[in-house]
Design a protein around this ligand. Structure first.
Ligand SMILES: Nc1ncnc2c1ncn2[C@@H]1O[C@H](COP(=O)(O)OP(=O)(O)O)[C@@H](O)[C@H]1O
Ligand SMILES: [Mg+2]
Length: 277
Protein backbone atom coordinates (compact mmCIF):
# COMPACT_ATOMS: atom_id res chain seq x y z
CA UNK A 1 0.00 0.00 0.00
CA UNK A 2 3.03 2.29 -0.08
CA UNK A 3 2.64 2.56 -3.84
CA UNK A 4 -0.99 1.60 -4.48
CA UNK A 5 -4.20 2.97 -3.12
CA UNK A 6 -5.69 -0.35 -4.22
CA UNK A 7 -3.27 -3.23 -4.49
CA UNK A 8 -3.84 -5.56 -7.46
CA UNK A 9 -4.88 -9.05 -6.39
CA UNK A 10 -2.58 -10.41 -9.06
CA UNK A 11 0.39 -8.77 -7.40
CA UNK A 12 -0.54 -10.16 -3.99
CA UNK A 13 -0.75 -13.66 -5.49
CA UNK A 14 2.62 -13.30 -7.14
CA UNK A 15 4.35 -11.98 -4.02
CA UNK A 16 2.88 -14.75 -1.86
CA UNK A 17 3.40 -17.35 -4.60
CA UNK A 18 -0.19 -18.44 -4.09
CA UNK A 19 -2.44 -19.84 -6.79
CA UNK A 20 -5.25 -17.62 -8.00
CA UNK A 21 -7.73 -19.86 -6.22
CA UNK A 22 -5.91 -19.82 -2.87
CA UNK A 23 -5.41 -16.07 -3.01
CA UNK A 24 -9.12 -15.63 -3.58
CA UNK A 25 -10.04 -17.86 -0.64
CA UNK A 26 -7.67 -16.04 1.72
CA UNK A 27 -8.81 -12.60 0.61
CA UNK A 28 -12.47 -13.53 1.06
CA UNK A 29 -11.65 -14.65 4.58
CA UNK A 30 -9.99 -11.31 5.35
CA UNK A 31 -12.94 -9.50 3.85
CA UNK A 32 -15.38 -11.45 6.08
CA UNK A 33 -13.28 -10.34 9.05
CA UNK A 34 -13.69 -6.76 7.74
CA UNK A 35 -9.92 -6.36 7.52
CA UNK A 36 -9.87 -5.49 3.82
CA UNK A 37 -12.00 -4.07 1.04
CA UNK A 38 -12.09 -5.93 -2.24
CA UNK A 39 -12.53 -3.38 -4.98
CA UNK A 40 -13.26 -3.83 -8.64
CA UNK A 41 -11.68 -1.04 -10.65
CA UNK A 42 -10.13 -1.56 -14.03
CA UNK A 43 -8.40 -4.38 -12.18
CA UNK A 44 -9.42 -6.40 -9.13
CA UNK A 45 -7.73 -4.95 -6.08
CA UNK A 46 -7.56 -4.92 -2.32
CA UNK A 47 -7.16 -2.21 0.31
CA UNK A 48 -6.86 -2.36 4.07
CA UNK A 49 -9.76 -1.14 6.17
CA UNK A 50 -9.07 0.83 9.35
CA UNK A 51 -9.80 -2.41 11.19
CA UNK A 52 -7.18 -4.19 9.12
CA UNK A 53 -4.69 -1.45 9.89
CA UNK A 54 -5.64 -1.70 13.60
CA UNK A 55 -4.93 -5.44 13.45
CA UNK A 56 -1.48 -4.88 11.93
CA UNK A 57 -0.57 -2.12 14.38
CA UNK A 58 -1.74 -3.97 17.46
CA UNK A 59 -0.12 -7.21 16.30
CA UNK A 60 3.22 -5.40 16.02
CA UNK A 61 2.81 -3.95 19.52
CA UNK A 62 1.90 -7.36 20.92
CA UNK A 63 4.96 -8.91 19.27
CA UNK A 64 7.19 -6.22 20.73
CA UNK A 65 5.84 -7.12 24.17
CA UNK A 66 4.16 -3.73 24.65
CA UNK A 67 0.52 -4.84 24.67
CA UNK A 68 -0.84 -7.95 26.31
CA UNK A 69 -4.55 -7.12 26.40
CA UNK A 70 -6.74 -4.33 25.08
CA UNK A 71 -9.71 -3.19 27.11
CA UNK A 72 -12.71 -0.93 26.60
CA UNK A 73 -12.74 2.41 24.88
CA UNK A 74 -12.32 5.08 27.53
CA UNK A 75 -12.44 8.20 25.45
CA UNK A 76 -12.98 9.26 21.92
CA UNK A 77 -11.72 12.49 20.54
CA UNK A 78 -12.50 14.02 17.18
CA UNK A 79 -9.76 12.11 15.48
CA UNK A 80 -9.01 9.10 17.62
CA UNK A 81 -10.24 6.17 19.67
CA UNK A 82 -8.68 5.67 23.06
CA UNK A 83 -8.57 2.27 24.73
CA UNK A 84 -7.25 0.93 27.99
CA UNK A 85 -4.54 -1.67 27.61
CA UNK A 86 -2.28 -3.70 29.86
CA UNK A 87 1.12 -5.26 29.41
CA UNK A 88 2.09 -8.72 30.59
CA UNK A 89 3.13 -7.35 33.97
CA UNK A 90 -0.36 -6.03 34.51
CA UNK A 91 0.62 -2.39 34.06
CA UNK A 92 -2.22 -0.28 32.67
CA UNK A 93 -1.69 2.29 29.97
CA UNK A 94 -3.68 3.54 27.04
CA UNK A 95 -3.48 3.30 23.32
CA UNK A 96 -4.56 6.16 21.13
CA UNK A 97 -5.59 4.98 17.68
CA UNK A 98 -5.41 7.88 15.24
CA UNK A 99 -8.16 8.09 12.63
CA UNK A 100 -7.85 10.83 10.09
CA UNK A 101 -10.30 10.87 7.24
CA UNK A 102 -12.66 8.19 6.10
CA UNK A 103 -12.01 5.28 3.81
CA UNK A 104 -14.65 4.87 1.19
CA UNK A 105 -14.20 2.62 -1.78
CA UNK A 106 -17.89 2.21 -2.59
CA UNK A 107 -18.09 5.54 -4.33
CA UNK A 108 -17.39 5.43 -8.01
CA UNK A 109 -14.91 8.23 -7.74
CA UNK A 110 -12.05 8.24 -10.14
CA UNK A 111 -9.24 5.88 -9.37
CA UNK A 112 -6.22 7.84 -8.34
CA UNK A 113 -3.02 7.29 -6.49
CA UNK A 114 -2.99 9.10 -3.17
CA UNK A 115 0.74 8.85 -2.98
CA UNK A 116 1.43 10.33 -6.41
CA UNK A 117 -0.72 13.32 -5.52
CA UNK A 118 1.14 14.33 -2.40
CA UNK A 119 -1.59 16.69 -1.31
CA UNK A 120 -4.03 13.82 -0.99
CA UNK A 121 -2.53 11.34 1.36
CA UNK A 122 -4.53 8.25 2.09
CA UNK A 123 -6.39 8.28 5.41
CA UNK A 124 -4.29 5.38 6.70
CA UNK A 125 -1.07 7.16 5.80
CA UNK A 126 -2.26 10.42 7.32
CA UNK A 127 -3.25 8.61 10.49
CA UNK A 128 0.20 7.05 10.73
CA UNK A 129 1.90 10.43 10.22
CA UNK A 130 -0.28 11.87 12.93
CA UNK A 131 0.69 9.10 15.38
CA UNK A 132 4.36 9.50 14.50
CA UNK A 133 4.21 13.22 15.10
CA UNK A 134 2.43 12.78 18.39
CA UNK A 135 4.95 10.20 19.58
CA UNK A 136 7.85 12.39 18.51
CA UNK A 137 6.46 15.41 20.36
CA UNK A 138 5.66 13.42 23.50
CA UNK A 139 9.14 11.89 23.53
CA UNK A 140 10.92 15.21 23.19
CA UNK A 141 8.68 17.00 25.66
CA UNK A 142 8.70 14.23 28.23
CA UNK A 143 12.49 13.95 28.11
CA UNK A 144 12.75 17.69 28.60
CA UNK A 145 10.63 17.45 31.75
CA UNK A 146 7.41 18.97 30.45
CA UNK A 147 4.15 17.75 31.95
CA UNK A 148 2.85 15.41 29.20
CA UNK A 149 1.79 11.74 29.26
CA UNK A 150 4.84 9.48 29.17
CA UNK A 151 5.07 7.90 25.72
CA UNK A 152 5.55 4.13 25.67
CA UNK A 153 5.62 3.05 22.03
CA UNK A 154 4.21 3.73 18.58
CA UNK A 155 3.43 1.53 15.61
CA UNK A 156 1.62 2.64 12.48
CA UNK A 157 -1.34 4.78 13.65
CA UNK A 158 -1.23 3.63 17.28
CA UNK A 159 0.49 5.42 20.16
CA UNK A 160 0.82 3.77 23.58
CA UNK A 161 1.17 6.18 26.49
CA UNK A 162 0.76 6.60 30.19
CA UNK A 163 -2.74 7.09 31.59
CA UNK A 164 -3.21 10.34 33.40
CA UNK A 165 -5.52 9.61 36.31
CA UNK A 166 -7.54 12.72 36.88
CA UNK A 167 -10.03 15.00 35.16
CA UNK A 168 -10.10 16.82 31.84
CA UNK A 169 -9.86 20.54 32.51
CA UNK A 170 -13.16 21.32 30.77
CA UNK A 171 -15.01 19.11 33.31
CA UNK A 172 -13.59 20.77 36.38
CA UNK A 173 -16.23 22.48 38.53
CA UNK A 174 -15.81 25.97 39.83
CA UNK A 175 -16.82 24.98 43.35
CA UNK A 176 -13.94 22.49 43.55
CA UNK A 177 -11.74 25.51 44.14
CA UNK A 178 -11.78 27.33 47.40
CA UNK A 179 -9.98 30.48 46.44
CA UNK A 180 -8.95 32.67 43.55
CA UNK A 181 -5.35 31.96 44.54
CA UNK A 182 -5.82 28.27 43.78
CA UNK A 183 -7.31 29.11 40.41
CA UNK A 184 -4.57 31.56 39.63
CA UNK A 185 -2.03 28.97 40.65
CA UNK A 186 -3.54 26.45 38.23
CA UNK A 187 -3.46 29.00 35.44
CA UNK A 188 0.17 29.82 36.17
CA UNK A 189 1.11 26.15 36.17
CA UNK A 190 -0.39 25.77 32.71
CA UNK A 191 1.42 28.87 31.50
CA UNK A 192 4.63 27.51 32.96
CA UNK A 193 4.27 24.25 31.00
CA UNK A 194 3.57 26.24 27.83
CA UNK A 195 6.77 28.22 28.48
CA UNK A 196 8.82 25.07 28.99
CA UNK A 197 7.39 23.42 25.86
CA UNK A 198 8.16 26.53 23.84
CA UNK A 199 11.72 26.57 25.17
CA UNK A 200 12.02 22.97 23.94
CA UNK A 201 10.86 24.08 20.47
CA UNK A 202 7.25 22.91 20.59
CA UNK A 203 4.00 24.87 20.39
CA UNK A 204 0.89 22.75 20.94
CA UNK A 205 -1.23 24.38 18.24
CA UNK A 206 -4.59 23.11 19.52
CA UNK A 207 -4.39 23.87 23.20
CA UNK A 208 -7.62 24.33 25.12
CA UNK A 209 -9.45 22.98 28.16
CA UNK A 210 -10.14 19.86 26.04
CA UNK A 211 -6.47 18.95 25.72
CA UNK A 212 -5.39 19.48 29.31
CA UNK A 213 -5.96 17.06 32.16
CA UNK A 214 -5.45 17.66 35.85
CA UNK A 215 -3.66 14.79 37.54
CA UNK A 216 -4.28 13.53 41.06
CA UNK A 217 -2.23 16.38 42.48
CA UNK A 218 -4.25 18.85 40.42
CA UNK A 219 -1.22 19.56 38.24
CA UNK A 220 -1.96 20.18 34.53
CA UNK A 221 -0.84 17.64 31.92
CA UNK A 222 -0.85 18.79 28.28
CA UNK A 223 -1.84 16.08 25.77
CA UNK A 224 -2.95 15.62 22.12
CA UNK A 225 0.16 16.85 20.28
CA UNK A 226 0.05 15.62 16.64
CA UNK A 227 -0.54 19.10 15.21
CA UNK A 228 2.35 20.66 17.12
CA UNK A 229 4.12 23.60 15.51
CA UNK A 230 7.83 24.18 15.72
CA UNK A 231 8.88 27.47 17.28
CA UNK A 232 10.87 28.19 14.11
CA UNK A 233 7.74 27.97 11.89
CA UNK A 234 6.50 31.17 10.28
CA UNK A 235 3.10 30.85 11.97
CA UNK A 236 4.57 30.01 15.39
CA UNK A 237 3.59 33.33 16.89
CA UNK A 238 -0.06 33.12 15.84
CA UNK A 239 -0.28 29.55 17.12
CA UNK A 240 1.20 30.41 20.49
CA UNK A 241 -1.06 33.42 20.87
CA UNK A 242 -4.07 31.28 20.07
CA UNK A 243 -3.03 28.61 22.58
CA UNK A 244 -2.51 31.07 25.42
CA UNK A 245 -5.61 33.02 24.40
CA UNK A 246 -7.77 29.88 24.58
CA UNK A 247 -6.62 29.17 28.10
CA UNK A 248 -7.18 32.75 29.21
CA UNK A 249 -10.69 32.73 27.74
CA UNK A 250 -11.51 29.48 29.49
CA UNK A 251 -10.36 30.77 32.86
CA UNK A 252 -12.30 33.94 32.37
CA UNK A 253 -15.48 32.12 31.33
CA UNK A 254 -15.38 29.42 33.97
CA UNK A 255 -13.73 31.08 36.95
CA UNK A 256 -14.15 34.77 36.21
CA UNK A 257 -10.43 34.99 36.39
CA UNK A 258 -9.56 38.39 35.04
CA UNK A 259 -5.87 37.88 34.78
CA UNK A 260 -3.98 40.84 33.52
CA UNK A 261 -1.35 39.64 31.15
CA UNK A 262 -0.14 40.84 27.84
CA UNK A 263 -0.30 37.71 25.73
CA UNK A 264 1.68 39.49 23.07
CA UNK A 265 4.52 40.25 25.53
CA UNK A 266 4.73 36.64 26.64
CA UNK A 267 4.71 35.38 23.08
CA UNK A 268 7.42 37.79 22.04
CA UNK A 269 9.49 36.97 25.05
CA UNK A 270 9.13 33.24 24.41
CA UNK A 271 9.86 33.42 20.73
CA UNK A 272 12.46 36.10 21.17
CA UNK A 273 11.00 38.05 18.32
CA UNK A 274 10.38 41.77 17.91
CA UNK A 275 6.89 43.15 18.50
CA UNK A 276 4.83 43.45 15.38
CA UNK A 277 1.59 45.28 14.84
N1 LIG B 1 -2.88 10.13 28.54
C1 LIG B 1 -4.19 10.18 28.80
N2 LIG B 1 -4.66 9.80 30.01
C2 LIG B 1 -5.98 9.84 30.27
N3 LIG B 1 -6.92 10.22 29.40
C3 LIG B 1 -6.54 10.60 28.17
C4 LIG B 1 -5.15 10.61 27.80
N4 LIG B 1 -5.05 11.03 26.53
C5 LIG B 1 -6.32 11.26 26.11
N5 LIG B 1 -7.22 11.02 27.10
C6 LIG B 1 -8.71 11.16 27.02
O1 LIG B 1 -9.14 10.91 25.70
C7 LIG B 1 -9.74 12.07 25.12
C8 LIG B 1 -9.29 12.26 23.67
O2 LIG B 1 -7.86 12.36 23.60
P1 LIG B 1 -7.10 13.32 22.58
O3 LIG B 1 -5.66 12.97 22.64
O4 LIG B 1 -7.46 14.74 22.86
O5 LIG B 1 -7.70 12.85 21.19
P2 LIG B 1 -8.22 13.72 19.91
O6 LIG B 1 -7.00 14.00 19.11
O7 LIG B 1 -9.12 12.77 19.19
O8 LIG B 1 -8.87 14.95 20.44
C9 LIG B 1 -9.30 13.21 26.01
O9 LIG B 1 -10.26 14.23 26.06
C10 LIG B 1 -9.10 12.56 27.37
O10 LIG B 1 -10.31 12.54 28.08
MG1 LIG C 1 -8.14 16.35 21.85
Amino acid sequence: MASYEIVPVEMIASILKYSEKRTEVELRRLKRLKLIFIVQRHYLGVALTFMGYDALGSKALVEKGIIDQVGPEIGAGKESNIHLAINNEGMQFLIKIHRLGKLDFRATRKARSFIAEKRHLSPLYESRLSAQREYEALTNLYNAGISVPKPIAQNRHIVAMEIIIGTDLYRVKKNEYESQEQILNLFENILQEIRKATATGFIHGDLSEYNIRLDEKDYPVLFDWPQYIETSATHAKEALMRDIGNILKFFFRKFNLAYKIEVMDIVNELLNAPIEN
